[in-house]
Design a protein around this ligand. Structure first.
Ligand code: SAH
Length: 464
């Protein structure tokens, strides 16, 4: 973040601009929305500028800017659209202590003006540090569409009600009240005018004051395989509302970013066998927060019902009398299958899918190898990287075809996703050669669709 976004108070400040053409007009349209005193220096100003001056909206001086003109100003815009003139005026302004923006010259500017979505007093500023103005415009257009035009009105009316809302206890109850106002009661009342909104606020407050404090609650939420776009809408909503987010190492930083800024983030790391937070401690942390009335999100990679020790945590909640629910997520097997472009089940091939773990509490997990070794079986093997050699040995021992395709997908759905197309007899060799980092899922019995294949072994064979 080379440029730090802040909102500048303009009340009682002076902003000076040099220039009278198109660039000056564009900046002035924005600046006139502020509370600052605007002063323009231009020998040949556009008609709009002359009109604004006549209407008392800005002060116009019909000459080029000279030393002394910027003294005491907070901001200065060099908008003459002429490098030499912009350089001259910017030098004066810097010397006189103003923060300088030279229009369309990032290098020479001490600040830049973001793209703005204006729902005054709600304003959204969008910046790309000059790298992608097209992107900034696209984001702006998107937000313009999404944020109702009445948002500013609701915010303004709501502001007048802030003192009244202090009758509610600080924190969750007050947040719930404002959320209900902005996203439900307010928008419903606003078309009927300010009085209707004020009545709606009073009714809503009475309702919320009559409520018992909301008891603690735990949502066991699936964060999906890593790509934030694979979160469900329910997961997003739970994150939006969480007071506390308890997550493990599998949840990607991009997803954690989506939690409320005020939410307490608790990392309870577990990775394969190396369990850094014992399960009992995790249970205790969940119960402790929820017992203090917090809305807790227990965020788990993939789906919370797949190899995620959900039951131990729900039992701990039950024992403590805490309410909970589960929000499903996209499990790694689905993301891995998508990565190789294959179905997990297929008519005439496999009518069932096995979901297996390579490890369990006792070490390498045992399964019905004899059955799995029969032709056409498909298994999604979680936590199988270290167990690959063991799995390979067992299946071959029980007579599986050594040429059975096996795909390994690491970091499924993430930018560093990688796919190894291997075969049962080469699985251990291919896995060691690839030295994958990050979580990996083994799809036994599936080979990548040709369009998705990136395989060292197939390349060796000259197939690719
Ligand atoms: N609840 C999770 C599974 C947790 S067990 C789910 O439903 O996906 C952890 C194992 O999941 C890892 O060892 C790995 O096998 C698999 N896994 C999780 N995320 C993955 C990803 N993005 N890519 C590949 N495998 C993943």
């Amino acid at each position: 973040m080379q440029h730090f976004p802040i909102f500048l108070s303009t009340q009682g400040t002076r902003i000076v601009l040099s220039g009278g053409g198109g660039a000056a007009l564009a900046k002035l349209r924005l600046l006139l929305k502020t509370k600052a005193q605007i002063e323009v220096f231009a020998s040949d100003p556009a008609q709009d500028i002359v009109d604004w001056a006549a209407a008392g909206q800005l002060m116009l001086t019909r000459r080029t800017l000279q030393a002394g003109d910027v003294v005491g100003a907070t901001l200065f815009y060099a908008a003459d659209e002429d490098d030499t003139e912009d350089n001259r005026t910017a030098t004066i302004a810097r010397a006189e202590g103003a923060l300088v923006n030279v229009v369309d010259n990032l290098q020479a500017s001490a600040f830049i003006t973001p793209a703005i979505v204006d729902r005054d007093p709600v304003t959204v500023a969008i910046g790309t540090e000059g790298t992608a103005p097209v992107l900034a415009r696209a984001i702006k257009a998107d937000l313009e569409e999404r944020l109702p035009a009445t948002l500013g009105t609701l915010a303004r009316i709501g502001k007048g009600f802030r003192n009244m809302a202090e009758a509610l206890p600080f924190g969750r109850p007050r947040r719930d009240f404002w959320r209900a106002y902005f996203f439900d009661a307010g928008p419903r009342a606003v078309s009927a005018g300010q009085d209707a909104v004020e009545t709606a606020l009073e009714d809503l407050l009475a309702q919320h004051l009559a409520r018992d404090t909301r008891p603690g609650h735990v949502a066991f939420v699936g964060a999906g395989p890593g790509d934030p776009e694979l979160l469900t809408l329910k997961a997003r909503k739970a994150l939006d509302e969480a007071d506390v987010v308890i997550h493990d190492g599998l949840v990607s930083p991009a997803i954690l970013e989506l939690a409320r800024r005020e939410a307490v983030m608790v990392h309870v790391g577990k990775r394969g066998f190396a369990q850094s937070t014992p399960q009992n401690d995790i249970n205790a942390v969940i119960v402790e927060h929820a017992s203090q009335s917090a809305q807790v999100v227990r965020l788990k990679g993939g789906d919370p019902t797949v190899f995620a020790r959900l039951d131990e945590e729900t039992e701990a909640c039950d024992a403590a009398g805490i309410d909970w629910h589960v929000v499903p997520g996209i499990t790694a097997a689905s993301a891995a299958a998508a990565a190789i472009g294959q179905s997990l089940t297929q008519r005439n091939r496999n009518s069932g899918l096995r979901v297996l773990t390579g490890h369990d509490v006792d070490g390498f997990a045992d399964h019905d190898w004899r059955d799995l070794a029969t032709p056409g079986q498909v298994a999604a093997i979680y936590m199988g990287k270290k167990a690959a050699r063991f799995i390979q040995g067992r299946l071959m021992m029980f007579g599986a075809d050594p040429r059975t395709p096996v795909s390994v997908v690491a970091n499924a759905s993430l930018p560093d996703q990688s796919v190894i197309a291997s075969r049962l007899d080469r699985l251990n060799h291919d896995l060691s050669a690839a030295s994958l980092t990050g979580p990996a899922l083994i799809l036994y019995g599936l080979k990548p669709h040709t369009a998705h294949a990136i395989s060292a072994s197939l390349k060796e064979e000259g197939v690719l």
